[in-house]
Write a protein that binds this ligand. Structure first.
Ligand code: FPP
Length: 226
């Protein structure tokens, strides 16, 4: 029996190096990265088994980048989410954002909220963008909500107070050769299978994704058992 793949998460890494190797500005790498987001999301929407795709788009640490790059990423994000609405509707994709959205401009927050509202009945796939996201930050905010609700601490209660209804991730992929979690989905990754590829995110294809999924399906998942 092969492993079901319901929740796939990706750390999209290597945009900067992809651009540098081509003698381009880093921003060109992010632009090319957007095409990969589209390609991989639409592929996942067509796969009847995959329910959720969570993408690490901006971490709580990414503010340390030069202001020009941060501004560009914000601009790209706002443009992407706005332009993507037709595709979300066409492919039955529900859009969600996780992370602490409070530092974003009202305009970006409105765009995210309007897109979430517009797509909320779509059922082929939920695409979750992690924005100003940190796994530790999410857990701290969830603990605060749990305490505010006067609930006894438990895994179940804390899971309910995370940014999205808690679903374990089945498979995490990180592109570009780095092999670390970088504060992504720390709670949800407890029993996740990990896959690392040398490929830079802008070069990541659906064929490579398929190969990684096929390998994942044959793995022996034990969840602490034997
Ligand atoms: C990592 O590459 C990528 C990011 C920090 C941001 C991810 C953003 C995108 C894929 C494009 C925008 C996405 C959306 C949804 C609009 P890096 O810059 O860390 O690359 P490097 O490690 O080679 O420098």
């Amino acid at each position: 029996m092969s492993n079901p793949l319901r929740h796939l998460a990706i750390i999209m890494d290597g945009n900067g190096r992809w651009a540098k190797e081509r003698g381009l500005r880093r921003t060109k790498g992010h632009e090319a990265g957007v095409e990969s987001v589209r390609r991989i999301t639409e592929y996942c929407a067509e796969d009847p088994e995959i329910e959720t795709l969570t993408l690490y788009a901006f971490s709580t640490e990414n503010w340390k980048r030069p202001k020009m790059e941060v501004d560009y990423l914000m601009h790209l994000l706002e443009k992407f989410v706005r332009l993507e609405r037709d595709r979300y509707m066409e492919h039955g994709i529900r859009f969600e954002a996780i992370g602490d959205l409070s530092p974003f401009t009202p305009r970006l927050r409105d765009t995210l909220e309007e897109t979430r509202e517009l797509t909320k009945e779509n059922r082929n796939l939920t695409q979750i963008l992690a924005l100003n996201y940190g796994g530790r930050d999410e857990i701290v905010r969830a603990v605060q909500r749990m305490l505010d609700a006067g609930e006894e601490p438990s895994e179940e209660a804390l899971g309910r107070h995370l940014d999205t209804p808690y679903t374990d991730v089945d498979l995490l992929i990180r592109t570009s050769g780095e092999q670390r979690l970088s504060n992504f989905l720390l709670w949800q990754l407890s029993y996740t299978e990990l896959a690392f590829t040398q490929t830079y995110w802008p070069d990541f294809t659906v064929e490579e994704l398929r190969t990684i999924i096929d390998d994942f399906k044959e793995r022996h998942r034990k969840f602490g058992g034997i």
